[in-house]
Ligand binder design. Structure first.
Ligand SMILES: Cc1cc2nc3c(=O)[nH]c(=O)nc-3n(C[C@H](O)[C@H](O)[C@H](O)COP(=O)(O)O)c2cc1C
Length: 324
C-alpha cells in the first residue's frame, strides 16, 4: 500500500526544517505525544529538579477530589516480578489545594497541565467542575480535564464508573457542559466494555479517552500469610501490563470512536512507539518515573532520534500505522 511505503521513503511532508512531534487529540493540541500519567508525577514540579518538565506534551496531575482524602492503610506499594502493585486509595489534598497551591507552581515552570479529578458520585464531579471553572484564564492554565472514571462509584456499591456506559455518558456530559475546556475520560481495564464506555464518553462530549488505568492485582507474604497490601487488593502497573494495555489501545483505536491516550508499562521510546503504531494519538508514562526520573525527556529524545534516522519528519506518520 502506498501509505505504508511512505513510512520509509523520503516523500514525507516536512514541517519546517525539523521533526514535527506535535499531535492533536480532538481539540487538545500537544507539542509532543509524551504525557506523565496521573498519580505518578505530582504536578511535575518536584520532577523539575531532574529535567525541565515543561518539555513534556503535558503532565496529568494526581486525581483530585472535592475534599482532601487520606487514602488507604499501609503498605500501599508492593513490588512484583515485572511491575508495581499500589493501593494509594486516591490520597490527595483536595481540589482547592490544587488551585491555590499546586497550579501556581506548575504555571511558573511552564508545565502544561491536564487536571485529573474524581468524585464519589455525579454531583461531586459537578461540584469540582464548578470550582475549576473559577480559575482565572483557565484556558491558558489547563490543557484539559481528565475524569478518573476508574474510581469507585460509592453510591452504586463501589463499582467503577467506567463499568457502566450510562454513567460515563452522564458524568462526561455534565462536566463538559460546565467547563469550557476539553475533557478526557480515563477508563479502567478491569471490565470488558472499553468500546462501549468510549462510545458513551464521545456521546457525552469527551475529546479523548485515556487507557489503561491499573489492573486489579494482589500479593501474599508467605512469611506472615498477610496480603502484601494493607487494602488487600491493589492496582498493577509497569511492564507486566504492557501487552494488556497495547491490546486495549489497538482494539479501541481501530474503532475510531475517539483519540486514544495509551498507557501501561511504557518504559522507553521503543515502548512508546509500539503504542503509537498500535493507534494511540499520545502516550502516558507512569511507573517508569519512579525508576528513571528523567524518563520523559529520554523518551521524547528517543522518538525524535528514531524519526530522524528513518527520515520520517512528522510523528503523525507512524500513528495507527500497524500493518495487519
Ligand atoms: C502509585 C500510582 C498512583 C496512581 N494514581 C492514579 C490516580 O490518582 N489517578 C489515575 O487516573 N490513575 C492513577 N494511576 C494510574 C496511572 O496513571 C496509569 O494509568 C497506570 O499506572 C498505567 O501506567 P504505567 O504502567 O506507565 O504506570 C496511578 C498509578 C500508580 C502506579
Amino acid at each position: 500500500m502506498t501509505e505504508q511505503k511512505s513510512l520509509f521513503s523520503d516523500e514525507i511532508t516536512r514541517s519546517g526544517n525539523g521533526i514535527n512531534l506535535s499531535v492533536k487529540l480532538g481539540k487538545i493540541k500537544l507539542d509532543n505525544p509524551v504525557i506523565a500519567c496521573s498519580g505518578t508525577f505530582g504536578c511535575g514540579v518536584e520532577y523539575n529538579n531532574f529535567y525541565n518538565t515543561a518539555v513534556l506534551g503535558a503532565v496529568t496531575t494526581k486525581s483530585y477530589s472535592l475534599e482532601p482524602m487520606e487514602g488507604n492503610p499501609p503498605p500501599r506499594i508492593y513490588e512484583t516480578a515485572a511491575g508495581v502493585l499500589n493501593s494509594i486509595g486516591l490520597q490527595n489534598d483536595g481540589i482547592d489545594a490544587f488551585i491555590k497551591k499546586h497550579l501556581p507552581g506548575a504555571e511558573k515552570l511552564g508545565i502544561k497541565i491536564i487536571l485529573s479529578i474524581f468524585g464519589q458520585d455525579l454531583r461531586e464531579f459537578d461540584k469540582i467542575a464548578y470550582r475549576i471553572l473559577k480559575i482565572e484564564d483557565i484556558r491558558e492554565k489547563i490543557t484539559a480535564v481528565e475524569l478518573n472514571l476508574s474510581c469507585p462509584n460509592i453510591k452504586k456499591g463501589g463499582m467503577a464508573f467506567s463499568a457502566v456506559p450510562g454513567e460515563v455518558r452522564e458524568i462526561v456530559g455534565s462536566v463538559v457542559n460546565i467547563l469550557n475546556i476539553p475533557v478526557i475520560a480515563k477508563l479502567s481495564p478491569n471490565q470488558d466494555n472499553i468500546i462501549e464506555a468510549a462510545a458513551a464518553a464521545r456521546e457525552g462530549g469527551a475529546q479523548a479517552v485515556s487507557i489503561i488505568n491499573t489492573v486489579v492485582g494482589m500479593a501474599v507474604d508467605i512469611k506472615t500469610f498477610r496480603p502484601g497490601l494493607g487494602n488487600i487488593l491493589g492496582g498493577l502497573s509497569g511492564p507486566a501490563i504492557k501487552p494488556i494495555a497495547l491490546a486495549k489501545v489497538y482494539s479501541l483505536a481501530r474503532e475510531k470512536i475517539l483519540p486514544v491516550i495509551g498507557m501501561g508499562g511504557i518504559f522507553n521510546w521503543e515502548d512508546a512507539l509500539e503504542f503509537l503504531v498500535a493507534g494511540a494519538g499520545a502516550v502516558g508514562i507512569g511507573t517508569v518515573n519512579f525508576i528513571q526520573y528523567d524518563a520523559g525527556k529520554r523518551i521524547i529524545e528517543g522518538l525524535r532520534n528514531y524519526l530522524e534516522s528513518r527520515k520520517i519528519y512528522d510523528i503523525n506518520e507512524v500513528i495507527g500505522r500497524i500493518r495487519t
